[in-house]
Design a protein around this ligand. Structure first.
Ligand code: DGP
Length: 119
């Protein structure tokens, strides 16, 4: 737990979230600024700032984030496909400095715009 980290506060229940999953190591909740019809974040409870500061000890946690993505995506109605994204560092578009995996899909203006940029 890191002081003043919004995702640590969500993970510990100090700040409410629209939760889609929780276990001992991970919490997943809907993004407050969705870029698609469905957009949630999978977040380790351990405070790791970003992929740049993750260590070999974090390997199992990193695997768990990815392994959960299709399970939760299916449950959220994205069984036909979805996007994943991990922004890393300020120069990589990261705005909350607690590692998280974005999972989103199902259409929407922002998702369409993002897809166009990525082509
Ligand atoms: P990133 O730019 O990759 O660091 O994405 C951070 C995301 O976190 C961004 O899409 C908005 C979301 N977010 C920020 N604060 C909150 C919050 O308090 N609650 C929820 N549910 N999402 C948040």
């Amino acid at each position: 737990m890191s002081d003043n980290c919004i995702f640590c506060k969500i993970a510990s229940g100090q700040i409410p979230s629209n939760k889609v999953y929780e276990d001992e190591h991970v919490i997943a909740f809907h993004d407050i600024h969705p870029v698609a019809r469905v957009h949630f974040l999978i977040v380790p409870k351990k405070h790791v700032e970003s992929l740049l500061t993750a260590t070999p000890d974090d390997q199992a946690m990193l695997g768990q984030l990815l392994a959960l993505a299709p399970k939760l995506a299916r449950e959220q109605g994205l069984g036909e496909g979805f996007r994943t994204m991990i922004n890393t560092g300020a120069k990589g578009g990261q705005s909350v400095f607690h590692l998280h995996l974005h999972v989103f899909g199902g259409g929407g203006k922002a998702e369409t715009a993002m897809a166009a940029v990525m082509q």
